[in-house]
Design a protein around this ligand. Sequence first.
Ligand SMILES: [Zn+2]
Length: 113
Amino acid sequence: MHEMSLALALVGLVEERARGEGAARVLTVGVAVGRLGHVEPEALAFCLDGAARGTLVEGARFAIEERPGRAWCFDCAAEVGLDRRGAPCPGCGGHMLRVAGGEELRVTTMEIA
Ligand SMILES: [Zn+2]
């Protein structure tokens, strides 16, 4: 399950940042997950709880925020929204698309105590 390795990496990053700021523990962590990435938000949330165990991040609330996908449609010559990878252009139904955003996985906010 690759969400687990991503979760471990995210928790490691958050813990390092929290430690750098002298935090005793981490209360909330905001995570942005792009819809066109390869991460299942529910699986990620589950893995984050597990990955946080025994770290400064244990017990933190993970606020996972899904980011919409964006793509450039060559037929419409415009940027369009995309719900999932492989979906057709919502404007013309075509597949001449190049993903332009919505693949990210990153920590956006962090609240420490
Ligand atoms: Zn189009």
